[in-house]
Design a binder for this molecule. Structure first.
Ligand code: ADP
Length: 962
């Protein structure tokens, strides 16, 4: 494992390593080096220590990194390219390689051979050729982090092969029975075929009188060409400023490079070709060293006119010269032939041809840039070996010439190549092969090299084999590049085995071709047993059909695939996995196969399933209760309503709802109240449970519904309310029942009040009458009737009050009164009626209150009576009064049964009576409801503190009068 602080050791000490180290990465999108992903660092280490040209394009921006060996590829783009996006660095070829790069970032590998790319690395679009492969670099979580490329420039190889082809074409022309005209036309055809090196060309021949050069043939130009004059007089200059006499007078094979100055684009066959220079090469008459003509050839704007290019043009001229010379010799021979016998005639022609042929062959061999030589006789004596051949064998001409092969190159002994040479010689069959391995000793060290090799038997007139023509092209770099690719492949596999996910690859019909170790470890599938369709064995039988179906659809549509299935582990247990794959394409856009990754999602899936089940249960439960559900997001104001909630507001299913829409659909009298309740529920300081009843007005038809909403806020870690979630219940029906009940009670109590008051009146009259008679108190029976009638009146008054509270008709007749006096009076009168309890009054206010004295009395009586009623077996009730923040606080404390915390708020609801206590205490459950309403009307409040079994304290807070 490479640790972040090992970066220096990791990068090594090359030029690029230094540059990477020196660059300021802090402001770069990748950030400081210490934060780079592990996989990037490992890959960097790998390329920086390699002697082959390699690079990495990292991240979605394809940030460029490369090694020292890659610098010649970059040319002038170095050093700017480092850390830049590859899209910018290689803008000119992005159309050719961009898709491949994008594909790799999706996990597909590609490789191409001899791809032609026009690179702008030397300040012009240069024709270049490349063999390379792109492959993904996986990060530790199994994603593609970047792209890795090992590449090899093939430009020189391709150019050499192409030029060799042209030269071989000319030198192997059979000149027998050919006219000069024919010959030159054939030569022009061959030259034309190599448009890349010779964009256009022309052959001029000097006439008999040697006073002018006549255009014989030209090519690469359109129609009526205006570039070449038909005749050029040797005395002066051509229209283009060429002096042919000077060129023809030169002693050796030489070449003149001339610029065209004018734009001749319009006569060039390829319109986009902007040829600015030509070469002029003299063509000689062989032997006589007298010039016979001039070849004019264009210089490709896409190529560097280096020594190899100019040598090529020289050899073109030399080969034309020698072909022409053959022709001439043949003509001379024919003239003489008439004097000879038939046989002699034939023989001399053949001999002459052979000699000529050999001469031409020698010339060609010596001039060609490809390693060539002739091995003569059964000992393979080295007869000729050109410069390239000497270089290839690592030996000088004198070390080679006229020596048997095994003496000149002893390391061939025992190597397969020696056998091949012997076979070609004895069989007369051409031996041709690619990437043929040969070990050569150079500077005393054996070196493994690979060649494209041709061994061509040579025959004499009788058809006897006299020797071999040997041609060799060094392919070692290419083979090394390929081996590099294979290594890269291995690197990919190791990387794939290092990531903690299972990775697979298939071919284009879906057969699995690769599974990484993680797959094998998990499934227990050994060796290649998972390949082909074997991987399906590890999939749960119930998931087979679906997996196969999804996968074959993806192949048909060339689309990504995602399959969830149960995968059988080596322990026989199935676990849920998610398998995602995407197609890979080759450089022609054909499907190569799929690559994918399998990740264990068992825990998540099981939890999700359970959750879904619960959700289903919950939602069907909610459905059954006919509850509407809703979610409110205070941050955005958005409101989500279930179908049922929408129904309760008469809202279309797709109508947009937010908080304002919600409020707008409430009854105007309920809006403020509801809004306040919502605010209090969301206020992190209050966090009040949201329970409210309000009326909705249907958007459809204006129908009014009573709804009960209840909900709860959820606060995030900062204490901010994120959502308020709750339910809605339609209570319209119970509301109207309630209303009916209220109406009934109002009427009933009203109707009862008159007869009861009448009874009370008569009871009083009767007692007065009786007391007159007896001058004694009322008889006991009458007392009982009187007390019961009082109770009845009390109950009826409460009932009447409730109706008034509801309708807002509770009348207050306010006046200023003394509170201390009131308390004394109340305590005194209750003490009389409840002798079992000691009512202790403490404190004094010396304050007056502006209010309804009778109503306040009613509140205090109610609280003290409750204190007595709910403390059976106890004998004390405390009444305390004092001033607090300008308010009067009256506290009534008992030591009785107390109230459970959750019921503290309910006791103020009307008709609330505790189930337990109602069994033995009388009452309608209205006292506290009415008391709270009265205190509220006085701008005061009632608070409760209570502990079950220890007792309760009810506090009444009232504003004082000035
Ligand atoms: P009522 O006294 O007619 O039942 P109230 O509205 O006065 O009606 O009281 C409502 C309920 O509150 C009572 O039934 C009782 O359960 C509870 N309660 C009121 N005061 C006390 C108290 N001091 N101690 C315990 N419970 C009380």
């Amino acid at each position: 494992m490479i640790q972040t602080n090992d970066v220096d050791i990791m990068l090594g000490d090359g030029e690029m390593a230094a540059l990477i180290r020196e660059q300021d990465w802090d402001d770069h999108p990748l950030g400081p080096m210490t934060q780079w992903p592990q996989s990037l660092k490992i890959s960097l280490q790998m390329i920086l220590h390699s002697g082959y040209p390699m690079f990495i394009w990292w991240g979605p921006d394809l940030i460029s990194f490369h090694n020292d060996a890659y610098l010649p590829v970059l040319g002038k783009k170095h050093p700017e390219a480092l850390g830049k996006s590859a899209r910018d660095v290689w803008a000119e070829v992005w159309g050719d390689v961009g898709d491949m790069a994008d594909g790799v970032m999706r996990g597909e590998s590609t490789s191409v051979e001899d791809l032609e790319l026009y690179l702008e690395r030397h300040g012009y679009a240069e024709e270049t050729y490349w063999t390379f492969s792109y492959s993904p670099i996986f990060t530790t979580n199994g994603e593609v982090g970047g792209l890795f490329c090992a590449c090899n420039e093939e430009t020189r190889k391709i150019l050499q092969q192409r030029r060799f082809q042209t030269l071989l074409g000319i030198s192997s022309l059979r000149t027998l029975n050919m006219s000069v005209n024919d010959l030159l036309t054939r030569v022009a055809d061959i030259l034309q075929a190599n448009r890349d090196d010779i964009p256009f060309g022309a052959l001029y021949l000097v006439n008999e009188d040697m006073d002018k050069a006549e255009l014989h043939t030209s090519f690469g130009l359109t129609g009526e060409n205006k570039l070449f004059e038909e005749e050029i007089h040797l005395g002066g200059r051509s229209a283009l400023g060429w002096d042919f006499r000077q060129i023809l007078s030169s002693q050796q094979v030489s070449l003149y490079r001339k610029s065209l100055k004018k734009d001749f684009g319009h006569v060039l066959k390829e319109k986009n070709l902007n040829v600015e220079e030509v070469v002029l090469v003299p063509i000689r008459k062989a032997g006589e060293n007298r010039t016979a003509g001039v070849f004019v050839g264009g210089i490709s704007p896409y190529l560097n006119f280096d020594k190899e290019y100019s040598d090529f043009y020289k050899m073109v001229a030399a080969n034309i010269s020698s072909a022409k010379a053959d022709l001439r010799a043949h003509e001379i021979l024919q003239e003489k032939a008439e004097a000879l016998t038939e046989a002699d005639h034939a023989k001399s022609i053949a001999l002459q041809n052979l000699q000529r042929g050999q001469e031409r062959l020698h010339n060609m061999i010596m001039q060609t840039p490809i390693a060539m030589g002739i091995l003569a006789g059964p000992d393979f004596e080295v007869e000729i070996m050109n410069k390239a051949g000497q270089n290839l064998l690592g030996r000088t001409e004198s070390q080679l010439l006229h020596r048997p092969l095994l003496e000149a190159v002893p390391e061939f002994e025992g190597q397969a190549v020696h056998q091949k040479i012997q076979q070609a010689y004895s069989s007369g069959k051409t031996f041709k092969t690619n990437e043929y391995p040969i070990i050569l000793r150079k500077d005393g060290r054996p070196e493994q090299l690979y060649f494209t090799m041709v061994l061509e038997p040579l025959h004499d007139l009788d058809g006897q084999i006299t020797g071999l023509l040997a041609v060799a092209i060094d392919e070692s770099a290419q083979v090394a590049a390929r081996q590099m690719l294979e290594k890269r492949e291995e690197y990919f596999r190791t990387m794939a085995n290092d990531v903690p996910v299972m990775i697979w690859m298939t071919d284009e019909v879906g057969n699995c071709t690769y599974l990484n170790d993680q797959w094998k470890n998990f499934t227990g599938q050994k060796g290649n047993s998972g390949l082909g369709a074997g991987w399906l064995d590890a999939i749960h039988p119930d998931d087979h059909t679906n997996a196969e179906k999804l996968f074959s659809t993806a192949i048909d549509n060339l689309d990504n695939v995602e399959i969830t299935y149960r995968l059988k582990g080596a322990d026989g247990q199935y676990r849920w996995h998610i398998d995602t794959g995407s197609p890979r394409f080759d450089s022609f856009g054909r499907l190569e196969g799929f690559t994918g990754a399998v990740v264990d999602i068992h825990e998540r899936k099981v939890a999700e399933d359970a959750l879904r089940e619960r959700e289903n249960e919950l939602s069907s439960a909610i459905k059954a209760t006919n509850l509407g559900t809703w979610v409110y997001y205070p941050e955005t104001g958005a409101v989500n309503w279930s179908e049922r909630s929408r129904e309760l507001f008469g809202m279309e299913p797709d109508k947009y709802v937010d908080y304002d829409v919600f409020l707008a659909h409430l009854h105007p009298d309920d809006r403020e109240r509801t809004d306040t309740a919502v605010r209090r529920a969301l206020d992190p300081e209050i966090r009040e449970a949201y329970i409210i009843e309000y009326r909705s007005i249907s958007e459809n038809d204006g129908q009014i519904r009573w709804l009960r909403a209840s909900g709860e806020s959820y606060f995030n870690e900062n204490g901010k309310a994120e959502v308020l979630i709750g339910t809605l219940l339609d209570i319209t029906e119970s509301k109207s029942l309630e209303r009916q009940k209220d109406d009934f009670l109002a009427i009933a109590s009203h109707e009862l009040k008159t007869p009861v008051t009448t009874i009370k009146g008569y009871v009083q009259m009767m007692s007065e009458d009786l007391s007159e008679d007896n001058s004694e108190d009322m008889p006991d029976q009458l007392k009982i009737i009187d007390r019961q009638v009082d109770k009845l009146i009390f109950l009826i008054n409460d009932l009447l009050d409730v109706g008034k509270v509801d309708t807002g008709e509770l009348q207050m007749s306010k006046a200023v009164f003394n509170l201390d006096e009131l308390l004394l009076e109340v305590v005194d009168s209750i003490q009389h009626m409840a002798p079992d309890h000691q009512i202790e009054l403490t404190g004094e206010t010396s304050k007056t209150i502006y209010g309804d004295r009778l109503r306040i009395e009613q509140v205090i009586v109610n609280l003290i009576t409750n204190a007595i009623k709910f403390s059976p077996g106890k004998d004390r009730v405390k009444v305390m009064v004092h001033i607090e923040n300008g308010m009067v606080r009256i506290s009534i404390q008992d030591f009785g049964i107390g109230i459970e915390q959750k019921k503290v708020n309910q006791i103020f609801q009307r008709f609330y009576r505790d189930e337990e206590t109602s069994k033995w205490s009388t009452g309608l459950g209205l006292g506290l409801f009415i008391s709270a309403a009265i205190v509220k009307r006085h701008k005061g409040s009632i608070e409760v503190e209570s502990v079950p079994d220890l007792g309760s304290v009810f506090h009444v807070l009232l504003p004082t009068h000035n």
